[in-house]
Write a protein that binds this ligand. Sequence first.
Ligand SMILES: O=C(O)[C@H]1O[C@H](OP(=O)(O)OP(=O)(O)OC[C@H]2O[C@@H](n3ccc(=O)[nH]c3=O)[C@H](O)[C@@H]2O)[C@H](O)[C@@H](O)[C@@H]1O
Length: 443
Amino acid sequence: MNFGTYSKPAQYPMAGSLQDNFPSTPGKVKVEKSNYFSRVANRWQSYITAKFSFSVIAVVFLLVFAAFSVSLLGAKTIQQVTPWKDPIWRARVKHSCLIKRDNGFLVLVTGASGFVGSHVSLALKKRGDGVLGIDNFNNYYEPSLKRARQALLEKQGIFVVEADINNAALLQKLFSLIPFTHVMHLAAQAGVRYAMQNPSSYVHSNIAGLVSILEACKTANPQPAVVWASSSSVYGLNTKVPFSEIDRTDRPASLYAATKKAGEMIAHTYNHIYGLSITGLRFFTVYGPFGRPDMAYFSFTTDILEGRDINIYQGPNHVDLARDFTYIDDIVKGCVASIDTAKKSTGSGGKKKGPAQLRIFNLGNTTPVNVPELVNILEKLLKVKAQRNIISMPRNGDVPFTHANITLAQKELGYNPTTDLHTGLKKFVHWYRNYYSQPSAEK
Ligand SMILES: O=C(O)[C@H]1O[C@H](OP(=O)(O)OP(=O)(O)OC[C@H]2O[C@@H](n3ccc(=O)[nH]c3=O)[C@H](O)[C@@H]2O)[C@H](O)[C@@H](O)[C@@H]1O
């Protein structure tokens, strides 16, 4: 940087010798006759002075910046690694767990900002149970939708702890703060086809995550009863219809299904060794408002409205694929009934004291609908014609059809789905139009 070239040195008071060259009246330069060496010396002196001052300012700035960053990082570390050290965080946890009905429960809901998790949390809170959520807000699909669900929960006084279910220290702390009576474990890596793209995320959430939750539950004193989400996909290549809980589930067609099946085996182990009361729910293609954008009914809606083609898969011999689509409100009733009928765990502090309840239920609708018919209904509700590509089902883990036998859930849980696909999709489309007409919503 050459200060001698600046045309307005008077603006730089530190450059004293240059300032001396200028009179108090701008524009009139008093030219002093000095010898060459003193001019050069003056220039160097002002250059060094200015450079030194600049360096001092830069160092001070850097020090302030570093101190600020360290304190921010410290605050962030406390927030993310040991949030329980923050009294405000602890107060929020406790407030979220206030019970407002006689004999109410204390429920930890994992995946609380997910589709099923948010609906179940709201239902439990509404009837007066204490509800605490946990969710890692991952970006498998638009996190803004998860944040919107979180905002809804917060409005109703439900705090969602932002953490991964594999965080054992955090889980242990939560159980030491709150004597949860139940854990509704709905956090998972969902989606059948995505398992081919990101297999390890299924192992992380559906196997390691489940073990982490069960470890925390088994050690807790009192041990909570656990209700968790398995999947209709465990029936895999089963051809006997409708699917009953006693049917074969040892031929999964996707890694997703395999991790859910593994979860059922793991649940058996924790029940057997530690006396944990565990109920697994095999959900059948759950849909509805605030649903998951990766699912067909949701992505078809977006694509139809935006004029894009949709791919409709077809099975061998041009047979349409079919699903036992189940509406979210029916699923919520099944989840809540599972909590209400769950018996207490029998162990405590990691020791089994007697046999404990172990259950598996299908939660389906019992009326499979094929995918082209799903699209017909959407077309009518959206009043837009879909641009359909009919293609052979790729080898992606999909199964040709699902159909639930719900006799057991009817008998034990009083489960009785009442929403047909047309009625449920109508509610979904109403929500969709409303939600995405808001400027803050992303698609
Ligand atoms: O009930 C279950 O166990 C599973 O239900 C859904 O899985 P899926 O039934 O495959 O639901 P969608 O992804 O919505 O697919 C529904 C149907 O549409 C078909 N589809 C999907 C996408 C597409 O572009 N085209 C298409 O024809 C699928 O092959 C399937 O037959 C969920 O995504 C899983 O997380 C859940 O565990």
